[in-house]
Design a protein around this ligand. Structure first.
Ligand code: MG
Length: 253
């Protein structure tokens, strides 16, 4: 079922969005060559506690998960792209790190992700990251009343294809509200003008993610981390976006 938020409820979601932004920003600042993924997770956990929030991930145990997630961040390195379980790993020069983070504050959830390189970047990694960011921006631009959910999907896919990337549609965006995942599903590929109409009060996480040279993924033995089938790198950009009568509100900006 699709829930629409009142303008007041959208305003109530802002503290969660702000905390998500602040955590991702802080992680981007502190992550460098030699940083341990477990220390990034611990930092995010402390920031949740300081803000009086609740992690959406630590007890998360969907049907596909081997056990509760147990951490507050997803950290996906290089050929890992989604659901990366933080583990004892120190970042190396040139690593491409994707961080995904969702938190509940005052009863509302917001969810966002970003990718960046620590140390010396490979230009191809920067192109991949930039493409996910431009796909996200293009999707947000069409997140307006009068458009359909398919316009968002088509905007994402158009940016990816123009750069020569293929698209995996096993995982995509989703409704966000009292819980992390709700209707509607927001696919990263689809046809413009199709699907449900976008209405004021619809709040969705939009999350393009692409792999450099494949659209196939594999799951690690940890039961969570998803990585490319061919070892090529992945990137992921996500914001929680509220559709309004006017311009969309990017709650996690
Ligand atoms: Mg997310």
């Amino acid at each position: 079922m699709i829930e629409l938020k009142t303008p007041r409820e959208v305003e109530e979601m802002r503290p969660a969005g702000r905390l998500v932004h602040d955590v991702l920003q802080r992680l981007t600042e502190v992550a460098e060559v030699g940083t341990n993924l477990l220390d990034l997770d611990a930092l995010a956990h402390q920031m949740i506690r300081d803000a009086g929030g609740t992690s959406c991930y630590i007890d998360y145990h969907p049907s596909f998960g081997a056990s509760p997630f147990g951490k507050v961040l997803c950290t996906s390195v290089n050929d890992a792209v989604l659901h990366g379980l933080p583990h004892d790993y120190r970042l190396r020069d040139g690593d491409l790190l994707s961080v995904d983070f969702a938190v509940k504050v005052d009863g509302w959830v917001c969810d966002a992700a970003r990718s960046f390189v620590v140390g010396t970047p490979d230009p191809e990694d920067l192109r991949l990251i930039d493409t996910t960011e431009r796909a996200l921006a293009a999707a947000i631009e069409v997140a307006r009343p009068g458009n359909k959910i398919g316009d968002i999907s088509a905007a994402i896919a158009g940016v990816a294809r123009a750069e020569g990337y293929s698209i995996n549609t096993d995982f995509g965006g989703h409704g966000v509200g009292r819980e992390m995942h709700g209707d509607p599903h927001v696919a990263n590929d689809g046809r413009a003008g199709r699907g449900i109409p976008l209405r004021p009060g619809l709040v969705i996480a939009i999350e393009p993610w692409f792999l450099a040279t494949t659209d196939e993924i594999r799951t690690d033995p940890d039961g969570w981390t998803l990585r490319s089938a061919d070892g090529s790198r992945g990137a992921h950009s996500e914001h929680t976006v509220a559709i309004t009568e006017g311009d969309p509100i990017v709650l996690t900006a």
